[in-house]
Design a protein around this ligand. Sequence first.
Ligand code: PRP
Length: 207
Amino acid sequence: MLTIALPKGRILEEANNLMKKAGVIKEDIKEGRKLIIDCSDKNIRFILAKPQDVPTYVKYGVCDVGIVGKDVLLEEGEGVYELMDLKIGLCRLSLCGKPIPIFQQGEMVRIATKYPKSTGDYFRAKGQQVEVVKLNGSVELAPILGLSDYIVDIVSTGKTLKENGLVELEEIAQISSRLIANQATYNLKHNLIENLALKLERALPAE
Ligand code: PRP
């Protein structure tokens, strides 16, 4: 039996469509109150988790594999295998803010984000010192209310930024969803996991 962790929210529909196309599932998986979902293939069951928790369920082996955004993996992805780029959930991790010039080297700025590790790593690598404030969502509020000078956040359609009078200033990383696996069960359930990976790979959108 394979237990697959899926992220609630924006990726779920695309993950569902990919798995259907791949023949992994026949019936749609939709977000609701039910968190553990059995499927007609008795060898597979799904759990629906907060995206940030998907790597944790996989790392601790209560799920064998998972689908999760690279943005989450950059923060929480230690201790799991990243098997495949699923080419869904495409977006960018970017520095955003009010339509003002980007800060200069040496200038001390505060950045609010759900991604403190990626933000710290990126600016440290550029030799820029920044103060990072961790928020858990709706980070666009921070520069509007004066909590921070900038934000680092996911930009997909750009609608959220636009509606809040903010702009994308610098792209930090291209993001897509990945198939991840528990390191121990990857060996123990190698055939099942490879079979799943192969089916998904065949269903990926053409380059
Ligand atoms: C993400 C992200 C932005 C928004 C970007 O938030 O943090 O707020 O989506 O998408 P867009 O460019 O298509 O407008 P999410 O919806 O995951 O919720 P959150 O703000 O509560 O984290």
